[in-house]
Structures are given as structure tokens and as C-alpha cells.
Design a protein around this ligand. Structure first.
Ligand code: HEC
Ligand code: HEC
Length: 481
């Protein structure tokens, strides 16, 4: 067609006319209906100052069902505890994942696999951090805000060592199959002690493992290649169903390029080398397809339709410019918001910008360069996340410092010290979040102490302008998205 001079001739003036007019009247040439605007009505969806849009990158395709299968049964973590020792020491959970074979006897956060020497082991999986029971239902992809990382996770190593030596012997294949997991547990456990139950040290975990691995071959090195002194702080865990809208992974938007490289990073716990990493990588196009298919769970209780409508319009005017719109034709602007603008605790984001060793290790090593490229591009601030299923993902903010939506949207009501039950956690469907009690001081691992560095609950004051009635309407609307 473009070889036909007549067509070309006709197109040139049209295109340039559009271009000129476009400077004045952007959408007029796009054949789209123009939304009638009230005179003087502000553009509620224009990106506010202090924000930066994140560009999209091409992602791999795959088979979602195969990805699910791999997450539930696969050997992306390839070392662990011999299965007889595991089953002797730990109970199952009644098969919450409905898995088959010997996996039916394991709790959902472990997978029975064959180690490379053929020994059957129980290996940790993604669901330690990316699944949670909420009112009796296991929700895959919900960030686990009930995990307890306040103890040295390697404290079980001597007991497991003794059990393996007793049952199989110190030079047995069972001991060999356990060794990669053991050595990682020993170097990471003592460094990853959280101050509060429920927060997650995965970012620090990855940085420590990087110090113990050659960036190209990924082989283990006993001595860390840099001084692991300045560890960051833990975070909450984002829900997996949000990923399909996001152009970058992680709270600070640092994960750019091929998502599967970041998504498979827990393999660093037990990898032998980059050949094993490449084999795992082959499955992660499927895993990504599975993550992209996940949907947020529906709010289980009845909502008030009149309040929802009122809340929707308040949300549109006050919140949608950063968080997007929901419903039949959703939009999402993918904005990073500078720490100075959002005002939430900056330490988590800032630590990521200063860990130069880890940035270089990732960006110039196997994870950054091999196969499809991925890179870490940390930012001093946070992504304004999609809010699909926000009712289920308390506590709120990147550090999980705010127990419910009511206090998130009313900053003067946020508790400085608050406690929830970790043995019998109760959800509050009206304030939307965890039932909690206000405490007068911290110094207890079940109490969230917002005075600790990185654990602050300040900032994000956009809900403060509302009257109580308006806030309650916005919360009613948030239950439905
Ligand atoms: C030890 C806990 C832990 C384990 C195990 C873990 N993750 Fe994560 N994951 C996290 C935390 C914490 C974050 C958030 C870090 C951040 O945003 O800075 C995260 C972030 C992610 C994200 C990005 C989500 C987003 O919206 O930005 C994806 C995708 C993801 N993990 C997938 C996986 C998969 C797949 C596995 C298993 C192969 C896995 N994770 C294992 C803790 C974990
Ligand atoms: C200037 C952009 C901006 C505006 C306006 C804004 N937000 Fe946010 N919002 C953010 C950012 C950035 C975060 C993440 C902050 C963090 O985690 O430290 C966030 C976090 C949240 C969270 C917590 C998400 C989670 O998973 O923990 C909720 C809920 C939320 N916003 C709701 C709202 C509502 C409701 C409004 C309107 C009243 C609003 N926001 C207005 C940028 C914005």
C-alpha cells in the first residue's frame, strides 16, 4: 500500500495537520469520542508533580497451567531436608494445596522434590512468603503477613544435622542433598532477624546470597565478596495479582526488564551454578503466565451500593491520578512517587539505592545479562501500587506499618505501637485490616513498633482531607475493587 503514490500523497497532509493540531487539541485526530468536560473541571487523572512514569518492557509468554504446576511441584529450590527427617519433625496441614503424591503430606510451604543426586527432599517454596490463610482459606499469591522472621532461622540446623547423621550418616547422599540449603541457612539466618513478626526480609536475603555467589557462574563462595554490614530493613509482601498491571517489580520499582529473572531469585538459596539457573529459567515464562492470570479475591461481605458510588467519585478525584481507575475499562498510570512527595518511611527505598555491590552483582552478572536482560534501577521513593483486592492485603504501606484502611486514610489515628494475634489472627471487615490493640511501648516481637528505623508509619496523608462520612464511603468503594 505504501508503494502507491496516491495513498502516500493523501496521507502526508492529513498526518501533518494532525500533528499541528495535536499541539492544541490532542485527541481530536484519534477518532475517539472526546469526553465532554465541565468548564474549569480539573484533569483528575493528570500525573501529579513529584511522580515519574515507569515505561513498560516486553515480557515472556508461557503456559499458565504449566507454571502453576511448576510452582507447586517444581525444583526451583533444589536442596532441603530429607523427606523422612522432615516428616518425622514437622506436621502437614491437611493438604491445603490439594497436592498429590508425597506432596499431600507436606505443609503448603514445602515441596517434595528429587535433589540432583536423586534423594527425595522437602524444599522450601515460594508460598512461605506468597500465600496466607485468611479466615480459613489459603489464598495463593497473597503476601504472607503472618510469617515470623524474628528468630534466627538457622537455629534448627544442629537438630536437623543430628537427625540426618543418626538416620543416614554424616557422609550419606541425604547429607549431601541437604548441604546447599544448610550452608545458605547458616550464613543468612543470623543476619536476618526482624524486629517485628509479620515483616519480611527477602530483599536482604537476596543481597546476602549474592555476596556468597560468583556473579557469572553463580557458584557458591564460602567467604562473602563484600562486607555484609549495612543491611536494609524488612518489608511487607505485595500480592502477586498486582504484577500484571505493573511495569516494574518491587515497592521501589527497582525490578526492570525481564520479570522472570527476579521472580526466580529464590533459587539463589540452593543453586549449584548458572547451568542450573538456566534450566530453572526455562520454566519461568510459564510461572509468569500463571502470575499474570491470578485475580484478586472478592470481598466476602455485603457492601452498601450508595456509599460505594459516593466513594468511587471521591476516589476518582483524590486518588485515581496515582492509583488508576477500576471497573470495566481500568487504567493504571505506573507512577513512582519520590520519598519527599509521598512522605512514607524512606529507609527501605534508600537502602536499595546505596547497595552498590549488589546492584553491580545483579546488573553485570548472570541475572542481569544472561538470556533476556533484567536490571535493578532503584529509586528513592515508592510505586503507587494497583489497589485490586486491597481489602485482603493488610497491613498497609511497603513496611506493613498501618493495620487497616481506616487508619491509613486518617493519619492522626495511626497507632504508634500496635499488636495483633499471630496465633489466632482476626480480620476486621469494617475498618478493613487486622484487628489490633494499641500498646504503650514496643519491646515485644508481636508488637509493631513504628518508632524503629524503617518501621515508621508517617506520610501518605491523602485521606486526611475527608470527613468521617466521606472516608467511610471511600473505604466502602475500596472493598469492591
Ligand atoms: C522469603 C520470602 C520470599 C520468598 C521465598 C519468595 N518471595 Fe517473592 N517477594 C518477597 C518480598 C518481601 C517481595 C517484595 C520485595 C519488594 O517489593 O521490595 C517479593 C516480591 C516478589 C514479586 C514482585 C511483586 C511486585 O508486585 O512487585 C514477585 C513476582 C515474586 N516475589 C515472586 C516470587 C516467586 C515466584 C517466588 C518463588 C520462586 C518467590 N517470590 C519467593 C518475598 C519472598
Ligand atoms: C501522589 C500519589 C498518590 C495519591 C494521590 C494517593 N496515593 Fe495511595 N499510595 C501512593 C504510594 C506511592 C503508595 C505506596 C507508599 C508506601 O508503600 O510507602 C500508596 C499506598 C496506598 C495504599 C496502601 C497499599 C498497600 O498495599 O499497602 C492504599 C490503600 C492507598 N495508597 C490508597 C489511596 C487512596 C484511597 C488515596 C486517595 C485518598 C490515595 N491512595 C492517594 C501514592 C498515592
Amino acid at each position: 500500500m505504501s508503494m502507491n503514490p496516491k495513498v502516500t500523497m493523501k496521507k502526508i497532509p492529513f498526518v501533518s495537520l494532525c500533528f499541528l493540531l495535536g499541539l492544541l487539541l490532542y485527541s481530536a485526530c484519534k477518532n475517539e469520542p472526546i469526553q465532554p468536560e465541565e468548564p474549569g473541571e480539573p484533569d483528575y487523572l493528570a500525573a501529579p508533580s513529584g511522580t515519574t512514569p515507569i515505561p513498560a518492557n516486553q515480557q515472556r509468554n508461557g503456559d499458565a497451567e504449566a507454571g502453576r504446576e511448576y510452582l507447586l511441584y517444581g525444583d526451583y529450590v533444589s536442596s532441603g531436608i530429607p523427606i523422612d527427617v522432615f516428616n518425622f519433625a514437622f506436621d502437614g496441614d491437611g493438604n491445603l494445596l490439594n497436592r498429590t503424591g508425597d506432596n499431600a503430606d507436606l505443609p503448603y510451604d514445602f515441596t517434595a522434590i528429587n535433589a540432583s543426586n536423586g534423594v527425595r527432599i522437602a524444599a522450601a517454596n515460594c508460598f512461605t512468603c506468597h500465600a496466607q490463610v485468611l479466615d480459613g482459606q489459603l489464598i495463593l499469591g497473597l503476601g504472607n503477613s503472618l510469617a515470623d522472621f524474628t528468630d534466627d532461622q538457622s537455629s534448627v540446623v544442629p537438630t536437623v544435622d543430628a537427625a540426618i547423621n543418626f538416620l543416614h550418616g554424616a557422609n550419606s547422599p541425604e547429607r549431601e542433598a541437604y548441604e546447599p540449603f544448610r550452608r545458605s541457612a547458616l550464613v543468612t539466618g543470623p543476619l536476618l532477624i526482624a524486629e517485628t513478626k509479620g515483616v519480611n526480609p527477602a530483599a536482604e536475603l537476596t543481597a546476602i546470597l549474592a555476596a556468597h555467589r560468583d556473579p557469572q557462574t553463580l557458584e557458591w563462595q564460602a567467604d562473602p565478596s563484600y562486607e555484609i554490614g549495612t543491611l536494609g530493613v524488612p518489608s511487607d509482601v505485595p500480592a502477586w495479582w498486582l504484577l500484571k498491571k505493573k511495569n516494574a517489580q518491587f515497592y521501589n520499582g527497582a525490578g526492570r526488564g525481564d520479570f522472570t529473572k527476579f521472580t526466580m531469585a529464590s533459587g539463589m538459596l540452593t543453586l549449584k551454578d548458572s547451568a542450573e539457573a538456566s534450566a530453572i529459567y526455562q520454566h519461568f515464562g510459564d510461572v509468569l503466565a500463571f502470575l499474570f492470570e491470578l485475580e484478586a479475591p472478592d470481598y466476602p461481605e455485603v457492601v452498601d451500593a450508595t456509599k460505594v458510588a459516593q466513594g468511587e467519585s471521591l476516589f476518582y478525584k483524590n486518588c485515581a491520578k496515582c492509583h488508576g481507575t477500576y471497573g470495566d475499562s481500568p487504567t493504571y498510570p505506573n507512577l513512582l512517587v519520590a520519598s519527599t512527595t509521598i512522605g512514607t518511611d524512606p529507609l527501605y527505598a534508600q537502602t536499595a539505592t546505596t547497595n552498590e555491590f549488589f546492584l553491580d552483582w545483579w546488573n553485570n552478572g548472570w541475572f542481569g545479562q544472561a538470556l533476556q536482560t533484567s536490571w535493578l534501577q532503584p529509586f528513592d521513593g515508592y510505586i503507587a501500587p494497583p489497589l485490586d483486592g486491597i481489602w485482603a492485603t493488610a497491613p498497609y504501606l511497603h513496611n506493613g506499618s498501618v493495620p487497616n484502611l481506616e487508619t491509613l486514610l486518617n493519619s492522626s489515628k495511626r497507632p504508634t505501637y500496635w499488636r495483633r494475634s499471630f496465633t489466632n489472627p482476626q480480620y476486621d471487615y469494617s475498618a478493613v485490616g487486622w484487628q489490633f490493640t494499641i500498646e504503650s511501648s514496643g519491646n515485644n516481637k508481636a508488637i509493631y513498633d513504628t518508632t524503629l528505623p524503617g518501621y515508621g508509619n508517617q506520610g501518605h496523608v491523602y485521606g486526611d482531607v475527608f470527613t468521617d462520612e466521606e472516608r467511610s464511603a471511600v473505604i466502602e468503594y475500596l472493598k469492591t475493587i
